[in-house]
Design a protein. Structure first.
Length: 377
């Protein structure tokens, strides 16, 4: 366990480059639940590229940027929609240890993807311990199913982009979210991933809900709350998640050597991570960035005590150094509140009570020729 205020303990920077996206996934944070309509409070913006250069300079004052990983991801956007993403990808590849990207893969041109593949190839390694540059494509099924959740992503365009990237030498991973409508395609998708040249394939149980068409149309009209009807998930998902959560909870208590009572096992601390969003604000994790950095009035409604800290730029990387940010008193108030309960910190308790963030998704494998799902712990 280490403190939030020590940048030298950070192993990975999660970077959200943009709030723009080419897709319309109905249960993404950027959309009204069940629809592809963008939420009202979302500001469409891109991360200033000079902040990545500043990040490199800052970490060179501590453990060295070449010891730190960069993950391009996002609560509200797809990284590839940043107009200068080629620079961000190349710069991170040249100056940080490992570079990863999560994307739906449906945007941009094949020339763009070819350039990313060449950048990945120049890193010259697929060994995570040495350092590599790779892209994770979120592809949830095959031609007849991927678009059911990854709305607006055209299959033929997606595959063209994948082939342009991989054929240029890029390292690629295929991550598939399993719903009831695509669970029968896991083995076929894995076979296709090998054929296309992906280095790794994973399938994960998900709690996201792509509604049936009638519920989708209803939600588009209402656009205020999640459709009431729930469709059946992969068999025994809740049993799997409950079992995994119980195992994690037991391990947390064992490590803390305390009785079985609620506590915070922070993802940012446990995973040695920090999160940089398009505003240039730094948070310990994607959860707090999503919950508390959408708009100032949302922050005031959820955690009023944090508003003055926010207005004083306590976590603004545009105006402060890493040390100044992590030395801010707000972080001590946050971590103290985990035990004193002086602050509610709703998102911390919702996502990280007893380490439950570790069981949010359960990776499963479908063995060749075996119709049954297997838990991969």
């Amino acid at each position: 366990m280490f403190s939030l205020v020590n940048p030298q303990h950070i192993h990975t920077i999660e970077v959200e480059p943009t709030t723009f996206c080419n897709a319309g996934c109905p249960y993404c944070s950027r959309h009204k639940p069940g629809t592809s309509d963008v939420i009202e409070d979302l500001a469409l913006e891109h991360l200033p590229t000079h902040l990545l250069e500043k990040m490199k300079e800052q970490f060179d004052l501590f453990q060295g940027a070449d010891k730190v990983n960069v993950w391009y991801c996002g609560n509200y956007g797809d990284s590839l929609m940043h107009p200068e993403f080629e620079f961000l990808y190349q710069y991170a590849s040249e100056n940080f240890k490992n570079v990863g990207v999560h994307t739906n893969g449906g945007g941009r041109t094949t020339d763009f993807w070819r350039n990313l593949g060449e950048t990945s190839k120049r890193k010259g390694s697929s060994n995570w311990d040495i350092g590599s540059t790779r892209i994770t494509f979120s592809i949830d099924g095959l031609k007849d199913t991927n678009h059911l959740y990854r709305r607006k992503v055209e299959w033929d365009k997606l595959i063209e982009n994948v082939e342009a990237y991989i054929n240029a030498g890029g390292l690629a991973e295929w991550k598939m979210l399993i719903f009831d409508h695509n669970e029968h395609q896991v083995e076929e998708a894995e076979a296709l991933s090998r054929k296309l040249g992906f280095r790794h394939f994973s399938a994960e149980v998900t709690t996201r809900e792509p509604p049936p068409e009638e519920d989708y149309q209803k939600a588009v009209k209402v656009a205020k709350k999640k459709p009431e009807k729930r469709i059946e998930r992969v068999k025994k998902v809740e049993e799997i998640k409950t079992k995994k959560t119980a195992e994690i909870k037991k391990e947390v208590f064992k490590q803390l050597k305390v009785k079985e009572e609620s506590c915070i096992s922070c993802r940012g601390i446990d995973d040695h991570r920090m999160y940089l969003n398009p505003k240039g604000r730094i948070w310990p994790c994607c959860y707090l960035s999503e919950e508390y950095d959408l708009s100032i009035h949302q922050l005031a409604r959820k955690e009023a005590w944090l508003v003055e800290h926010y207005k004083n730029d306590f976590n603004n990387f545009n105006t402060r150094s890493l040390k100044e940010i992590w030395d801010a008193p707000a972080w001590k108030e946050i971590t103290d509140a985990w035990t004193t309960r002086k602050r509610e910190l709703r998102r911390c308790w919702r996502s990280c009570e007893n380490g439950q963030w570790k069981s949010s998704n359960t990776v499963i494998k479908l063995q060749s020729g075996d119709p049954n799902l297997h838990i991969q712990t």
